[in-house]
Design a protein around this ligand. Structure first.
Ligand code: FNR
Length: 368
């Protein structure tokens, strides 16, 4: 045994990853009408070839207006299954776990992609946007550069819940083994969780119990159709960072203490792992960004809610990833941008830690 936790296998439900490195979901704004294509196969495929244990495919919209940009991936129709299936099968054939994140962009949707001619501004209908059909828990916009959303009625909420369920079924058909529900970054589910956005006066707003209600209903409905042997993760924003300080209170908004309560309820629903991100809900927040800055959220949620976690955010070195696990601050280490800089990050980390890992047979002659 090599002594490395990072490079030891881990099993959730009946899904085993050969190491604890997870590729963070990262939207590539490269789909056509929600359909994945060769870009996704080459990009994600290379990460699987080069040793990532788990790969979570980017935020995938459960309905067209649930995209963030017109170029997001979707699973709102059956035709979208096949291209995802191709990517999932390739990832699986390399020995990695194919995961996928489902999302509804809510009030943050109808934006241009960063590298399109419009840039990231709000898109109008004639530009392929849906700014008049943006939905949220309330009618509060993110700011005046975002859509003015409509508050979902209870009937609308049932409709959208069914979209999540149908998309989850399609993800299963596509061979996805790990489904991540996106309830972070200010998107639709987060807009219900956070009292900074959710000003509803019905049973879905006000108290923490009420604000948790819709996300929990959606996740329960997804869990009911998701195969019991497959893994199910939830990504949350551990706090809105409304008040200064990682652990500051924001009782009527969204903070780490409420995230712990949410995580406890998710555990009861059979969720396997909480992926602990933060922020994204409010404009003009100064985030205390730095190496490993969100790891304390993972540490406290893991300890207080007694559930497995994934740490994410500016983790860029093998030794950092290893110590997060050794110090029991997370069960998985989720890496985003470093995989864009170095698609072989997993192999780099192994070399840095002096761990001998299997390389693809085709690459073996370059190993030493
Ligand atoms: C992201 N992030 C992100 N998060 C998410 O939950 N779903 C998504 O689709 C995306 N899309 C996305 C695209 C790009 C280009 C970047 C850089 C980021 C956030 C990402 O998953 C991760 O949480 C952050 O990037 C922080 O981790 P790193 O990059 O510091 O390792």
């Amino acid at each position: 045994k090599n002594g490395s936790l990072l490079f030891s296998p881990i099993t959730t439900k009946s899904v085993t990853a050969h190491n604890r490195i997870v590729v963070a979901p990262m939207g590539m704004c490269s789909a056509n009408n929600g359909y994945m294509n060769d870009f996704h196969l080459a990009h994600l495929g290379s990460l699987a070839l080069k040793g990532a244990g788990t790969i979570i495919m980017e935020a995938t919209a459960v309905e067209p207006r649930g995209r963030v940009t017109p170029h997001d991936v979707g699973l709102w129709e059956d035709g979208q299954i096949a291209p995802i299936q191709k990517v999932a099968a390739f990832i699986k054939a390399q020995g990695a776990v194919p995961g996928l994140q489902l999302n509804h962009g809510g009030r943050k949707g109808s934006k241009g992609s960063p590298f399109s001619t419009t840039g990231m501004r709000l898109l109008h209908e004639h530009e392929g946007g849906w700014s008049h059909d943006a939905v949220s828990s309330s009618d509060l916009p993110m700011d005046d550069r975002h859509a003015k959303p409509r508050a979902l009625t209870v009937d609308d909420m049932l409709f959208v819940k069914q979209k999540w369920v149908d998309a989850a079924r399609r993800a299963d058909k596509a061979g996805i083994e790990l489904l991540q529900i996106h309830s972070a970054h200010g998107y639709l589910l987060h807009s219900f969780l956070s009292g900074n956005v959710n000003n509803r006066t019905d049973q879905y707003g006000g108290s923490l119990e009420n604000r948790l209600r819709y996300p929990l209903e959606v996740i329960k409905a997804v869990r009911d159709v998701w195969p019991a042997e497959k893994s199910i993760w939830v990504r949350l924003s551990s706090t809105d960072h409304k008040n200064d300080g990682t652990f500051s209170k924001d009782d009527n908004g969204w903070d780490i203490y409420q995230s712990i309560e949410y995580a406890k309820k998710l555990k009861k629903l059979g969720v396997d792992v909480i992926d602990c991100s933060s922020g994204g809900c409010l404009p003009n927040i100064k985030y205390p960004v730095g190496p490993l800055w969100q790891v304390p959220f993972s540490e406290i949620i893991k300890r207080e809610a007694g559930i497995a976690t994934s740490a994410v955010g500016l983790i860029t070195k093998g030794a950092e990833a290893e110590s997060i696990l050794q110090e029991n601050k997370a069960d998985f280490v989720c890496v985003g941008r470093q995989f864009l800089r170095d698609s072989g990050f997993a192999l780099t980390a192994a070399r840095e830690l002096g761990v001998s890992v299997k390389w693809p047979n085709q690459f073996e002659r370059a190993r030493h």
